[in-house]
Design a protein around this ligand. Sequence first.
Ligand code: DAH
Length: 347
Amino acid sequence: MSQITEKVAALEEEATSRIQAASKKEELNELFAKYLSKKGEVSSLMSLMREVPNEEKASFGQAVNACKNNVTKAYNEKKEAFEKEELAAKLANEKIDVTLPGNTLQQGHINPYYLIIDEVTDIFLDMGYEVVEGRDVETDRFNFELLNVPKDHPSRDMQDTFYISEELLLRTQTSAAQAHTMCDKNPKGPIKMICPGKAYRRDDDDMTHSHQFAQIEGLVIDKNISIANLKATLELFAKKMFGEKREIRLRSSYFPFTEPSVEVDVSCFNCGGKGCAMCKGTGWIEILGAGMVNPKVLEMCGYDPNEYSGFAFGVGVERVAMLRYGVDDIRRFYQNDVRFLKDYVGK
Ligand code: DAH
């Protein structure tokens, strides 16, 4: 073998063994550049042809081709080996352990007092009531005056008010929606409505008081409405809300916008009336205030009290929710604690 052909063999030996020994893909890429790229050492061998004597040109050419083929083959094999290794590593990395606990999706939950509002609303919708949307910012006139609470009336002290201006306030009771509905009704005629919504009072927050709370107001106006209609309606409501076996009793009370006024108790749904901690041993639980619409209110809202009469009631939503779900602190409804909200889903 001539010297120059020996050089080819030596280069082939060097290139293939270095390629085979490459430990990283980057190293292999460097070796490709060194030997096989356009200006690489193997690719440049042909340029030596000029120095080869004529009789050896053919065998030199064959040797160069063989060298190129063998080095390329070694390169391709090594490249494939790296790719396989890479794939295997990737697969090992991405292995999914199906026995691992999944990532649970954080889900939002309906506040339980909205569950109560929905439930009460459904009960009254079934009885043919319409749902009226009131407003949180009210005028003194609708929140108090039209409900028979003039400016100097002592009952204003019962409801400490957030005033925005002398005339504007945050409504202290959804009863304001009664006055709106009656005033808006034109021509005057029968009304059957409920108004669920928020109310606000300047109370110091504690376990049973919150400066913001929810009420559901109810109002029925028609000819010949009597307290018997009120009792029958609330009895039906109590049975649907708290169970078929529930009974109600009316206790005399006072609200300026109703005459007579009553407080309504439901027989304890925890002990069935025998007496327990929930009903404080009395067998009865107070759930709402109600009464016959005061003729003065009818008159101020444009109804002739000689022709029309009606009843009204107001349910404290959180109170019902606390009883229903065994919540001991009203502030829980407003703290947005997901753990609390979660506990009541589906109940
Ligand atoms: N507005 C009363 C309150 O906030 C609740 C109430 C009592 C509403 C009697 C009524 C009613 O409609 O007739 O304490």
